[in-house]
Design a protein around this ligand. Structure first.
Ligand code: F6R
Length: 368
C-alpha cells in the first residue's frame, strides 16, 4: 500500500503531482473557460459577495492563507483567513454578502464544522473545499468543490495541502471570470500555469536526496526558524508546523519583514534558519528577502535557502540552497513547500520517530 515508499507520508509527497493534475481535471470547457458545475451557489450571489472568509485549521488554514494572496489579486474581493475555532467563538461580521469557504481534508474537523454551522446561521453561503466525499462538512455546506488528492493516510497533511491550494486557486479564477475582473485569456494563462505545476513538483522530487542528506545531518537540532514573505510566509508557517509535528523540534515560522520587530533576537551563532525566496523576476519582493537572509546570516544563523533555479543572488548568504524550477510568484507555494515536507519527514525518520503516526496527534480531530 505504501507503493514501495518507507512511509505513507513519503508516498503522499510523491502523489502530489497527481493530486494537482486530478484537482484540475475536467474543470474547463473546450474554450478554456473554467466551469465549476459543482459550485451550486446562485451566480447572482457569487457576483454580489463583498467578502470571503476562509475558515480552517492547521495546514488547511495555511492553504487558505496562500489563497488569500491569489484571490485578492485576481478578484479584488477582501479575503480573511481565520482559524475555525477562533471564528466560531467571537462575534464575526458575516452576512448574506459573505462567502465562507471551509477548507478541510477530512471534512470531519469539529472546529471547522462548528464554524460552518455558525456561518450558515448568520445567512452566509458556505462553500466547502474538502477531500473526503460525503463528509460532514461537504454535506452541511451550500456547495462543495472537491480536492481530488485521493485518500491521505499519514497524519501530517501534504498532498491535501497542495490540492487545497489548487482548488482555492480554481475558485479565485472562477470568481474573477464570473465577475469580469479578468479576461478569459488571462484566466486561461493562469490555468496553463497551474497545469505546469505537476512537472515542476516532479522536478523538485527528483532532487530529494540533497534535502534528505541535510536533514539527516541535522538530527540533533533543537530549534529551527522559517522565514517567508508574501506567499512564502504561509509556506514558512507550514514548514515549521511539519517539523514540530513530525520531528518534535521547536520550530517557528515568521513573516520575514517581522524579523526586526522581535524574532531576530532569537538568532544566535549556528541557529538554523530556512528562508523561502521568491522568484527573482519579482525584483522588489526578491531583494527584500535577500536582505532578510543577510540580516540573519550577519548574526550567525546557518541559512537554508529555498530558491529558484539560476537565482545566484542567494549564493553569498546561503549555507545550503534547495532549488525549485522557475515558477510565477503566486504559484511558488506549490513547489517551494515540497523540500520542507521532505526535510521534516526525513529528520523525523533519522530521529527514529513514526513519520505516519506522530505522538499525540490524530488524523482527524473530531472533538472541539
Ligand atoms: C497538519 C495537519 C493538521 C490538519 C488540521 C485540519 O499536518 O494535518 O494541521 O491540517 O487538523 O484537518 P482537516 O483538513 O482534516 O480539517
Amino acid at each position: 500500500v505504501k507503493g514501495g515508499f518507507d512511509s505513507f507520508m513519503d508516498k503522499e509527497i510523491h502523489d502530489q503531482p497527481q493530486a494537482v493534475a486530478d484537482t484540475l481535471l475536467g474543470r474547463t470547457d473546450e474554450l478554456g473557460r473554467l466551469k465549476l458545475d459543482e459550485l451550486r451557489i446562485d451566480e447572482t450571489i457569487l457576483r454580489s459577495i463583498d467578502k470571503i472568509i476562509v475558515v480552517a485549521c492547521g495546514t488547511a488554514a495555511y492553504a487558505g492563507f496562500v489563497a488569500k494572496y491569489a484571490i485578492e489579486h485576481w478578484c479584488r474581493i477582501p479575503v480573511e483567513v481565520e482559524l475555525a475555532h477562533e471564528f466560531r467563538y467571537r462575534d464575526p461580521v458575516v452576512n448574506e454578502k459573505t462567502l465562507v469557504v471551509a477548507v478541510s481534508q477530512s471534512g470531519e474537523t469539529m472546529d471547522t464544522i462548528m464554524a460552518v454551522r455558525h456561518a450558515r446561521e448568520q445567512g452566509s453561503k458556505v462553500l466547502a473545499v474538502v477531500n473526503t466525499y460525503g463528509s460532514t462538512i461537504a454535506r452541511e455546506s451550500d456547495a462543495v468543490l472537491y480536492t481530488h488528492a485521493g485518500p491521505e493516510v499519514a497524519v501530517a497533511s501534504t498532498k491535501a495541502f497542495i490540492a487545497q491550494i489548487t482548488a482555492t486557486y480554481l475558485l479565485g479564477l472562477y470568481l474573477a471570470q464570473l465577475r469580469g475582473n479578468k479576461y478569459i485569456d488571462e484566466v486561461a494563462d493562469y490555468l496553463a500555469e497551474l497545469g505546469r505545476i505537476p512537472a515542476r513538483i516532479e522536478e523538485v522530487l527528483s532532487r530529494q536526496d540533497e534535502v534528505r542528506e541535510v536533514a539527516r545531518a541535522m538530527r540533533d537540532t533543537t530549534s529551527v526558524l522559517f522565514l517567508g514573505r508574501h506567499v512564502g510566509y504561509p509556506v514558512a508557517l507550514e514548514g515549521a508546523l511539519k517539523l514540530k509535528e513530525l520531528a518534535y523540534i521547536h520550530a517557528e515560522g515568521f513573516a520575514a519583514g517581522e524579523l526586526k520587530h522581535g524574532p531576530i533576537a532569537l538568532v544566535e551563532e549556528g541557529q538554523p534558519v530556512f528562508v523561502v525566496v521568491p522568484t527573482p523576476r519579482r525584483p522588489t519582493l526578491h531583494a527584500k528577502v535577500i536582505s532578510n537572509i543577510q540580516e540573519v546570516r550577519a548574526r550567525g544563523a546557518r541559512t537554508l535557502v529555498i530558491a529558484e533555479d539560476g537565482d545566484d543572488a542567494v549564493e553569498p548568504y546561503a549555507d545550503v540552497v534547495f532549488r525549485y524550477p522557475a515558477t510565477p510568484t503566486l504559484m511558488t507555494p506549490l513547489v517551494s513547500v515540497v523540500p520542507l515536507q521532505i526535510f521534516a519527514s526525513e529528520l523525523a525518520r533519522a530521529k527514529g520517530y513514526d513519520v505516519d503516526q506522530p505522538r499525540n496527534l490524530a488524523k482527524s480531530v473530531t472533538v472541539e
